[in-house]
Design a protein around this ligand. Structure first.
Ligand code: PMM
Length: 273
């Protein structure tokens, strides 16, 4: 049931989960190295917040935030992914050694993204997305949500192939919390085996998201970060059991421990007497 853990390094002043604590490059680098020591297989560096209601960031500002961090982590031998919707930022980060481009818009935001990545040897995360965070809940209207996510992701995989990115370089992500409210996220997570059945590797990001807090505290939505991290470790194990290739989390240590315990449980099958 092995599953890769991707650690989150947000270099933004308004990140709801880091509170902007890692704005300074040095702090972000130190945080990344700590997540690596906790067992992160890859670190996802982002300079534009995608929290609900967030405004866009100029690509030049985004690059000022992320490139020093990408360079230092690559220098330290850490596999790096760049979380961006901008092809210019993606190309600069790949030039600095990033191995994966994580585009939460699935190549929809920047029309140059797919062709730009086709010309590199980086892998690409294509996330399910229906629009920018400023008004993404306006598009949270679904019939059979799992079927719609699979269909819309398949269209993005086909667009990537048409641009010259082989399916073996693609990772799909159902985009938990992106244009999806409360229970809609649980429906998608329950349907993960169908998303895993699409073919490409699957990445799942539930970490600290609002729908977890709503489940823990239906009346307040304000469950503490610690309680959200425990919930994240549980959902990450369940995602791994549903075929996820990777999980994207803030608290790497908790999820790594949870995956170890789940693996030990599975290993019991080899010791029946
Ligand atoms: N979630 C966020 C940002 N980037 N990328 C992928 N591939 N999947 C996600 O679920 C995802 C993402 C928002 O969470 P954050 O602001 O806590 O990083």
């Amino acid at each position: 049931m092995s599953c890769l853990v991707m650690g989150i390094v947000n270099v933004t002043p308004d990140s709801f989960s880091d509170g902007g604590r890692f704005l300074a490059a040095d702090a972000a680098i130190a945080h990344g190295l700590m997540l690596r020591s906790h067992g992160a297989a890859i670190l996802d560096v982002g300079g534009e917040s995608t929290r609900p209601g967030a405004e866009r960031v100029d690509p030049a500002v985004e690059q000022e935030r992320v490139l020093p961090v990408v360079r230092a982590l690559v220098e330290a031998g850490v596999p790096v992914s760049i979380d961006t919707m901008n092809s210019s930022t993606a190309l600069a980060a790949v030039g600095a050694g990033a191995r994966i481009v994580n585009d939460v818009s699935g190549g929809l935001s920047d029309p140059d993204m797919l062709s730009a990545i086709a010309g590199t040897d980086a892998d690409i995360v294509l996330q399910h997305w229906r629009g920018y965070s400023s008004d993404m809940y306006a598009r949270a209207d679904y019939g059979d949500i799992v079927t719609e996510v699979v269909t819309e992701l398949s269209t993005r995989v086909e667009a990537a192939a048409a641009a010259g990115i082989a399916p073996s370089r693609v990772i799909v992500d159902p985009g938990i919390g992106f244009g999806k409210k409360g229970r809609q996220n649980w429906a998608v997570l329950h349907g993960l085996p169908r998303i895993s059945g699409m073919g490409p590797r699957v990445l799942v990001g539930t970490s600290r998201k609002r729908f977890l807090a709503e489940t823990l505290e239906p009346d307040e939505e304000e469950a503490s970060v610690g309680r959200r991290d425990l919930a994240t470790a549980v959902t990450s194990v369940l995602a791994a059991r549903s075929g996820a290739w990777g999980v994207r989390v803030h608290d790497v240590a908790a999820t790594v421990d949870a995956l170890k315990v789940a693996d030990a449980w599975e290993s019991g099958a080899r010791w029946t007497s």
